[in-house]
Structures are given as C-alpha cells and as structure tokens.
Design a protein around this ligand. Structure first.
Ligand SMILES: Nc1ncnc2c1ncn2[C@@H]1O[C@H](COP(=O)(O)OP(=O)(O)OP(=O)(O)O)[C@@H](O)[C@H]1O
Ligand SMILES: [Mg+2]
Length: 226
C-alpha cells in the first residue's frame, strides 16, 4: 500500500521536517505514528495523501508515485484516501448529512445510493439521529465521529488519521478507536498519528516512531497484558 525510500521533506522555510524515512506498510495494517511534538508525524501524513510533495527520495502510495505524480493523479489518489484531521475540518455551514456526503458527491454517487450510504456510516458511529444537525450543535466527540463517518463514507482502502482522539476524554477516545479498529477489520489500512500511550495499550498495532524527522523505531505492540 505504501512504500517510502529515503524520504526527505524540506518546507519552503528551509525546515527539514523528514529525512531518510524508509518504510513499507502493507494492505490491511494498523499503524500508529508516534514521536514528540514536531517529530514530523503530520508532515509524513501530508506526504502520504499528496498534500505536499517530498523534496527527495521515493514515495509510492496505492501504486501512485507521489514524487512524479501530476495534479490529476494526486486528485485521483486522494479519492481513495480517507483523511481525519485533528481539528476535524467539518464544514460548519453544512449539515452533518452534507458533510458526510461530500466524498460521495465528488465521486458522483447516485442519490438513493448516496443517502443509504450516509445513513449507514452515521449509524456506524452512532449519530443516525443527527443527520440534519449542524456541526456547531454537536459536542467535540460527536464532531470527531462525523469526521470519521466522512472519511470512511466512500470505502477508502487507506485511512489517515492525525491525532483523531487528541481533544477527547478517554471513554470517547476509546469509542473512536473501536470504530477505527472495526474499519481496519473490514479491510481498510489505517495510519494514525497519536501521543496517546494508553490507547495504544488497549488497541494494539504496529508503532512507527519518528524523532526529529527520522524514523527511530518500528515494532508491533503486544496485546495489553500479553
Ligand atoms: N507548513 C510548514 N512550513 C514550515 N515548517 C513546518 C510546516 N509544517 C510543519 N513544519 C515544521 O516541521 C516540523 C514537523 O512538524 P509536524 O507538524 O510534522 O510535527 P508533528 O510530529 O505532527 O507534531 P505535533 O505532535 O505537534 O502535531 C516542525 O518543526 C514544524 O515546525
Ligand atoms: Mg501533528
């Protein structure tokens, strides 16, 4: 699914956010991306969905060469990636329904299929009764669940999540993790940046650790208590 070789990213400011990152992620994996603030987690996720182009090295995601890709190819790749941002980035002028329907509209789903799919993913995150609410009227955890519903609505094979539980209490964070794990069981590859060691204990996965832009660890976490 993902193959990176000696990936380097230098921002226009001159800041080198990633250097010498080499890694492979296979289909169906659940990967945590960890490391101190400023380690390069968001920068790596940004590279993976084509938000920024790596400065040097090689990067292939879902068969697309992201260093050479033209804008059209990047747009096409993005349609197969579900992205959950830390600040969720919901459209506050649109209803929950419209937010979740967005990726499906981009893909021109037929109306009856689209409505059925939006209802289904909102039911999955327990918000089937909030279809016509505006995000403003939802709690932070509910907004984050809408963001997950939006990210999964078009059945993306790859889901990238940047600290999706960052601002949530432990119970809500655990629920969000349960949803992500379930999506993973259904076949989505998931890469999630997090600082939350507690969650990683209860929801084990492979951990890729960054430090100052470099990959410093890559290991599977054992089940809690194992
Ligand atoms: N758009 C940008 N332009 C210039 N420098 C940037 C940009 N975005 C991030 N950086 C810098 O690149 C480095 C890596 O940032 P990044 O956001 O990837 O870290 P992070 O691991 O996600 O941190 P956090 O845990 O705080 O979210 C930091 O030093 C940051 O200041
Ligand atoms: Mg970040």
């Amino acid at each position: 699914m993902i193959s990176a070789r000696q990936l380097m990213l230098r921002y226009p400011t001159g800041k080198v956010a990633l250097s010498g990152v080499t890694l492979d992620v296979g289909r169906g994996e659940f990967v945590y991306l960890t490391g101190e603030s400023g380690a390069g987690k968001s920068s790596l996720l940004r590279c993976l969905y084509g938000g920024v182009r790596p400065t040097s090295g090689q990067l292939e995601v879902g068969g697309t060469d992201l260093r050479a890709a033209r804008a059209g190819q990047v747009r096409k790749l993005r349609r197969s990636v579900g992205i959950i941002f830390q600040d969720h980035r919901l459209l506050f002028s649109r209803t929950v329904f419209e937010n979740v329907a967005l990726p499906l509209r981009v893909q021109r789903w037929k109306p009856d299929r689209l409505v059925a799919r939006v209802r289904k993913v909102l039911a999955f995150v327990g918000l089937e009764d909030r279809l016509w609410s505006f995000p403003e009227a939802l709690s932070g955890g509910e907004q984050q669940r809408v963001a997950i519903a939006r990210a999964m609505s078009a059945h993306p094979p790859l889901i990238l999540a940047d600290e999706p539980t960052g601002n949530l209490d432990l119970d809500t964070a655990r629920r969000i993790m349960d949803y992500l794990m379930e999506l993973n069981r259904q076949g989505s590859t998931i890469i999630m940046a997090t600082h939350d060691l507690q969650l990683m204990e209860t929801h084990p996965g492979r951990e890729i650790r960054l430090h100052a832009g470099a990959l410093v660890g890559d290991a599977a976490r054992r089940e809690a208590g194992a």
